[in-house]
Design a protein around this ligand. Structure first.
Ligand code: TRP
Ligand code: ZN
Length: 485
């Protein structure tokens, strides 16, 4: 991104003076501090400069009885500049120790920034390993838009529904991170532009399930009455899509017709109400692969939390979380569609959110179109007419602002990002026809698979791929302040 390279030119100029001083006093490498934020237009302090993470190995122990999380984060990263210090994002919790390349490092904390000063400067290009030992009671964050994220305890695991155990014994927790909540449960480079692979190992009291992204490598009952679940995510993941779920879940496993492994974890009280929508997941994975290209991950599935845990569903990678039994088949489809759009092709900044939500919403319209429901054209017209018989959101404030430019961080999940975002895609389809449109959608998912993309990347790609000048669509539907007609 443009502003990111500007940052690198401006801030380090001063910092290199300091590094020179260090060099004169015996330092061997001329490192300078990494930036404390990536200057995201909506969350300027999210993420950190000077390095890119390759891999997170989180080894976490959670005790539902006291709500404490303890463990280590081993972060393997590559220095993009000489580094005298660098930052990790971490909110709350206590840091007990930090090592870099196995050697004790100094650290300090201000706000959500953990600054690490290695004993020796890191060289540009060097791959280095940082180990953070930390713990405490993780917090729940309240976002600018009032929604909750971060670490959320589920005091009522559905106690009473099947009559076993007290509410306390059945308590659990979930970690969710859109847009910045992952910093409440592990230190990291918490911005979607820095994707990495993960190994998340969760140790919980016997009788609990512990669920995370990717594939379950092992489940080990310890002699100490605790069970260790080792989860592995081989594909890159943005940290906001990481999840950890602990509780008395009912686990079912299976496969899609073409062989993708499925892992569902459902709160006992939600099992009956979830069955119908979850039963269609295998078919949905196949349908998405046909429409959008191969499913981008090695596994699929879902987590159904105790009802009322959250105010929204989230497309956590490979296993979306639902706040209670999914209210509709379309919601399951929406979170699945994010696996292509948002999770595999991730936004470069939080301003690009419509690329996630517009595509996921349009996927719902396509699913309806292919399964005897309204066509996407009927959805599009319903929004223009405010016809709630076709879509109950049709009379919402979908026209309040241009989807590529939410008025602030408190509006990145508002209706225009979803519905007007989907309408942008339909306008392209109207202009270029089905053949070119679906080639565009599949090409977009393929060309940016496991990467990041911005709105500017999309508009340029759409024009190049379809061979059409779509400027009017962008001006009116994507960027225009007025309600499109
Ligand atoms: N991204 C989620 C989805 O569409 C929804 C979501 C996450 C959300 N966080 C939110 C919606 C906060 C409103 C407010 O699947
Ligand atoms: Zn969504």
């Amino acid at each position: 991104m443009e502003h990111r390279s500007l940052l690198r030119l401006a801030v380090p100029a001063v910092a290199s003076l300091l590094a020179l001083t260090t060099a004169c006093t015996g330092g061997t490498v001329q490192g300078r501090p990494g930036a404390s934020g990536l200057r995201d237009p909506y969350f300027p302090k999210a993420g950190n400069g000077g390095y890119q993470v390759d891999h997170y190995a989180l080894d976490l122990d959670y005790d539902p009885a006291d709500g404490e999380l303890h463990g280590t984060a081993v972060i393997t990263a590559r220095a993009e500049q000489g580094l005298s210090s660098f930052n990790l994002d971490l909110s709350g919790l206590k840091v007990e120790g930090v090592t870099v390349q196995g050697v004790g490092a100094r650290f300090n904390r201000t706000g959500n920034e953990l600054t690490v000063r290695p004993a020796e400067d890191l060289k540009k290009g060097e791959v280095f390993r940082t180990e953070v030992e930390y713990g405490g009671k993780p917090k729940t964050l309240t976002d600018a838009d009032g929604s909750k994220e971060g670490w959320i305890t589920t005091e009522d695991g559905g106690a009473g529904a099947d009559g076993r155990g007290s509410a306390r014994a059945r308590a659990g927790a979930v970690g969710v991170g859109e847009p910045v909540g992952s910093m409440t449960w592990f230190p990291g480079n918490h911005h979607p532009s820095d994707k990495a692979t993960y190994d998340i190992t969760l140790t919980v009291p016997r009788g609990y399930e512990a669920v995370s992204n990717g594939e379950l490598r092992s489940r080990t009952e310890g002699a100490d009455g605790r069970t260790e679940f080792a989860w592995h995510s081989p594909e890159p993941m943005a940290s906001y899509l990481a999840t950890a779920v602990v509780g008395p879940y009912k686990v079912t496993t299976g496969r899609t017709p073409s062989g993708t492994g499925l892992y569902n974890a459902v709160a006992p009280g939600e099992a009956a109400a979830s069955a119908g929508a979850l039963a269609r997941l295998p078919e949905m994975v196949e349908w998405g692969s046909g429409r959008f290209g191969p499913y981008p991950f090695g596994t699929a599935g879902a987590v159904v939390l105790p009802a009322g845990t959250l105010g929204y569903a989230l497309e956590t990678q490979t296993k979306p979380v639902f706040p209670g039994a999914p209210e509709s088949e379309e919601l399951v489809l929406h979170e699945l569609a994010h696996q292509w759009f948002g999770n595999s092709v991730s936004p470069k900044s939080w301003k690009d959110m419509w690329l996630n939500e517009g595509f996921a919403t349009y996927a719902e319209w396509l699913w309806a179109e292919d399964h005897g429901g309204p066509t996407a054209q009927q959805h599009f017209e319903a929004f223009l007419a405010g016809d709630t018989a076709v879509d109950e959101a049709a009379d919402s404030a979908w026209d309040a602002f241009p989807p590529a430019s939410p008025p602030g961080p408190d509006h990145i999940s508002d209706e225009p990002v979803y519905y007007r975002g989907a309408m942008v895609l339909h306008r392209i389809r109207q202009e270029v026809g089905d053949e070119k449109f679906f080639a565009l959608v599949r090409g977009w998912a393929a060309d940016h698979r496991h990467g990041n993309a911005s709105t500017a990347d999309f508009t340029a790609y759409a024009q190049e791929k379809t061979g059409r000048d779509l400027k009017k669509v962008w001006d009116v539907w994507l960027y225009g302040e007025d309600r499109p007609k």
